[in-house]
Design a protein around this ligand. Sequence first.
Ligand SMILES: Nc1ncnc2c1ncn2[C@@H]1O[C@H](COP(=O)(O)OP(=O)(O)OP(=O)(O)O)[C@@H](O)[C@H]1O
Ligand SMILES: [Mg+2]
Length: 260
Amino acid sequence: MRHKRPAEGGFSEAMTALIETQGLTKHYPAGEGVVAALQDVSLSIAPGRFVAAMGPSGSGKSTFLNLIGCLDRPTRGSYRLMGEEVEALSHDRLADLRSRRLGFVFQSFNLLPRADALANVELPLIYRGMPRRQRRERAAAALAAVGLADRMHHRPTQLSGGQQQRVAIARAIVGSPDLILADEPTGALDTRTGLSIMALFQALNRSGVGILMVTHDADVARFAERVLRFRDGRLIADETQNAADAATALVALPEADAVA
Ligand SMILES: Nc1ncnc2c1ncn2[C@@H]1O[C@H](COP(=O)(O)OP(=O)(O)OP(=O)(O)O)[C@@H](O)[C@H]1O
Ligand SMILES: [Mg+2]
């Protein structure tokens, strides 16, 4: 449907953008007043980009990511995901769009502790109603893609932090999303492991997956090709840059920095 809308006025941009927001605003009630967690954010992100969102604590980064991930609704403003006005979608259509188009990665991995790696990665496909055998095959392929072919039957407690984050990334990519949303994905990891996760993100990005990653760390944001900066809920800068190569940075890292 969205491909048939006439390309006129401001619509042509919306048709090609993966994400487009106009005046996106989120207020939270706080005592008598409100906290303006996000104010008037208008931007567009093309498919297949690697974007970092930076800013100090409380600047609205997670609020922005949660709105983009359709995990929360804006107080005001509009948001189009792949040309679809999110606010206008039915609950089922939105759940479907989210499960097919988006993958989520969090700082604390958010894995099911009693399930092994394979079962954790299969989970999004269960929600889609995919038959078990196909699910297992796809989950195994996603784990292999993140370098964990030999850890399929380990539970989270039997894996290192970096391996747990790889399982979470396998879970995020198992449904072939257009965009991975990651909130401080290296926040709980040491420098070397964090770099290996960035190298994995860059490899996924080269294969065409878009990435929107929240980080407060400039050392992590340098691997993105575009950096959004938030302060007090406002988007105060939006710049493209030459991304550093994480695989190269990983090789160049002195051994002494390899903290467990
Ligand atoms: N559910 C909520 N209810 C009330 N206020 C909230 C809620 N979530 C966030 N806020 C407030 O909105 C503002 C933005 O919060 P947000 O979590 O987006 O910041 P952040 O940039 O992700 O910070 P951090 O780097 O610490 O994770 C903060 O002032 C926060 O206190
Ligand atoms: Mg946050």
